[in-house]
Design a protein around this ligand. Sequence first.
Ligand SMILES: [Zn+2]
Ligand SMILES: [Zn+2]
Length: 230
Amino acid sequence: MVEIMPGVHQIEGVNANSYLILENDGSLTLIDAGTSTGGKKILEYVKTTLSKQPTDLKILVVTHAHIDHIRGASAIKKSTGAKVMIHEQDADFLSGKKKLPPPRGAVGFIFRLFSVFFRSSPVEPDVRLKENDKIGSSLTVFHTPGHTPGSITLYDQKRKLVFVGDAITNRGAKLQGSIKQFSSDLHMADRSVEKISSLDFETLLSGHGDPLRSGGAQKVRELSESLKKK
Ligand SMILES: [Zn+2]
Ligand SMILES: [Zn+2]
């Protein structure tokens, strides 16, 4: 349980990181829904740590439609009534109308073998997001495809903060781009890293790994340069 900065919380132990934002009107915005089918840890955090009601959670925005970010979505929507938002190009993967291709190589083989365990209940999104859409009191949507077709980065200009989903991961103080086996288009993913690097921010919060608390934009610029040299 971590308050990264005033009003921004990270919920740990849900495999892919989930983040909660306390909005100006006292409501909550959840970024990504974690792996647990019941969204239990997230709801527990809302009640116990934040002393809020499940119905205070008004918005669930998912950075992309991979299972580790959407599995809790259906249960969270049911128990909170939150509006579910996802980029229009990933929306059909969330609603179950289309399937994302499985990961490449050995990972894909294992994934297919165990796919029955990776299923989630489909959720019909309430809002199909586009570039520059505003969410809650602070977030702007940037389309940063490549990890999946509809991957987004959420930018909080006032807090100088970006939520990048799996477009960039911070592990052991080292940034890496979208992981090859899980990317729908690596070239596009590299261009999205460049796009993120043009934003003005200090803190970077990724779908996996640790918070990067300072010098975020500079480090993403360095990552972008190193990806170009590959
Ligand atoms: Zn992930
Ligand atoms: Zn992913």
